[in-house]
Design a protein around this ligand. Structure first.
Ligand SMILES: Nc1ncnc2c1ncn2[C@@H]1O[C@H](COP(=O)(O)OP(=O)(O)O)[C@@H](O)[C@H]1O
Ligand SMILES: O=P(O)(O)OC[C@H]1O[C@](O)(COP(=O)(O)O)[C@@H](O)[C@@H]1O
Ligand SMILES: [Mg+2]
Length: 457
């Protein structure tokens, strides 16, 4: 409170974006032949989205006080009254990188359709084949609305994708050679780190005026700052079918365990959300929460009791869970440098069987291991994700056309915003196990904490 008893207005810390120097051209959407925008259609550069919407209103700690006085904000996404590009000069490149994710094709389709139909770009949109390496190793593909008409109905990425192959100089050389002045990178955390470096190199070269935009994609939902990445909900939906199958299998067996491994290299969001939605899960194991197998209070002890009580149990394990315990032959990684894990599901199944033999020899146990890994991400986006992909793509187009660069389009507290790419590239999004969501999982599964300083296996 101020002396006069008024609560002071917090000051905004706007996460500003670099802009391209360019002509201020009236937005062509204002003269669209079919669509007549209302005065509120255009977004002012002063419109912002606040990062934090939860505040502790009680008398302050130093940190709380600072939070009340300074609020982080991002530019609100949307069409600007003036743009930096004459549509006739736009040469846009679209690239998809990293693992598959439902909705990637929809994003590409909407980038093409939005640039063409909203802004009137003709013959200036190109697809880069097979991820970042495609800039220098493949021919680019001209794209127009007719070419991409049905893409949103298909899983995967029609442009192709890859890991690795990030050769910065060759990529920016290719951008220069093709005369691209807008680059849209659709990908996960690795892709955003790459796009941030492309943006940095473009600026370093000085002579290039290229808007670099990112649209975050990852089924794992491990990209930070944004509310969630597209395709995540579709993947969770598909994951539930695997859990349902595991449940049918374990209920039909005498002392059955349905063991389901789900994607999630460093973040357990898919496992967590699928567990929450399914309600059939007895134990959910994620990378963010340690557990141990043997001894009192360990996982096997818990499962034994659960099987005794109910006759069966479902275990969901994220691929990156328990990696402290899983034996490793060598520090392995994929082409992008991401950690490559041994199969935690197969390991758990073998360990459980061995333990059962030792501790409960003669008692029957059936373990059905389900690994739907690629099935949950190779599907087309559901309705919600399709809509989300469309709006993310359009937000990215409006930002690039306005001359913003080095930004990611994403939602923050449900509102579309432009976030500095560097910030997204560095941010992680692990499951917060102190949060209510994890507490809900625990209340559904009634699994214990597994925190006793137990043996290491
Ligand atoms: N630090 C980085 N700098 C530049 N490029 C990167 C970096 N990390 C990853 N990339 C590149 O981004 C692309 C996608 O990364 P990857 O980790 O495989 O998938 P995702 O983007 O889905 O996380 C790959 O071509 C990879 O080489
Ligand atoms: O076998 P691939 O194609 O490398 O993909 C496996 C990985 O993809 C992921 O879904 C993550 O992918 P991204 O980082 O590309 O979004 C992980 O869960 C999994 O480890
Ligand atoms: Mg990734």
């Amino acid at each position: 409170m101020d002396d006069d008893g008024e609560t002071p207005m917090p000051s905004l810390e706007l996460h500003k974006l670099p802009t391209l120097a360019g002509a201020a051209i009236p937005n062509p959407i204002a003269r669209h032949p079919l669509y007549h925008p209302s005065p509120s259609f255009f977004i002012s550069p002063a419109d912002v989205v606040l990062r934090d919407i939860l505040f502790d209103a009680s008398p302050a700690s130093a940190a709380g006080e600072r939070r009340r006085r300074h609020v982080a904000a991002y530019h609100r996404a949307g069409p600007r009254r003036e743009v930096a590009f004459d549509p006739a000069t736009v040469r846009a490149a679209i690239v998809t990188c990293g693992g598959l994710c439902p909705g990637t094709n929809t994003v590409v389709r909407e980038l093409v359709v939005g640039l063409s139909e909203l802004y009137g770009v003709r013959g200036g949109v190109f697809g880069v084949r097979n991820g970042y390496r495609g800039f220098y190793s493949d021919e680019v593909v001209p794209l127009d609305p007719a070419a991409v008409e049905h893409w949103h109905k298909a899983g995967g990425t029609a442009l192709g994708t890859s890991r690795g192959g990030f050769d910065l100089a060759r990529i920016v050389d290719a951008i220069e050679r093709h005369g691209f002045n807008q680059v849209y990178a659709v990908g996960g955390d690795g892709t955003m780190r790459g796009a941030a470096r492309i943006h940095g190199e473009v600026r370093r070269r000085g002579r290039l005026a290229v808007a670099v935009a990112g649209i975050p994609k990852t089924v794992d939902n491990d990209v930070g700052v944004i509310d969630r990445s597209f395709g995540f909900h579709t993947a969770v939906e598909a994951a539930q079918q695997a859990i349902a199958a595991g449940h049918v299998e374990d209920e039909s067996a005498a002392k059955g365990v349905g063991l389901v491994k789900l994607m999630g290299r460093s973040a357990g969001h898919i496992a967590l959300h699928a567990t929450l939605s399914s309600r059939d899960v007895d134990c959910c194991l994620i990378p963010e929460e340690d557990f141990y197998l043997r001894g009192a209070g360990g996982l096997f002890d818990f499962l034994y009791r659960r099987i005794k009580d109910n006759g069966h149990a479902v275990v969901v394990v994220a691929e990156g869970a328990g990696q402290r315990l899983v034996p490793r032959t060598a520090a392995a990684g994929d082409e992008s440098g991401n950690e490559a894990f041994l199969d935690v599901g197969a390991w758990l199944k073998a360990e459980l069987r061995a333990w059962w033999e030792e501790e409960h020899a003669g008692e029957v146990l059936t373990v059905k291991y389900i690994d739907p890994t690629y099935m949950i991400r190779a599907v087309p986006a559901n309705a919600g994700d399709n809509l989300y992909c469309t709006l993310l793509a359009h937000a990215a187009i409006h930002g690039a056309m306005a001359g913003y660069t080095g930004f990611v389009s994403g939602t923050i507290n449900g509102n579309y915003a432009y976030i500095p790419m560097d910030e997204v590239a560095e941010a992680k999004n692990p499951v917060d196990t102190k949060d209510h969501k994890w507490a809900w999982v625990r209340s559904i599964t009634n699994q214990p904490d597994f925190i006793r300083a137990g043996p290491t296996s």
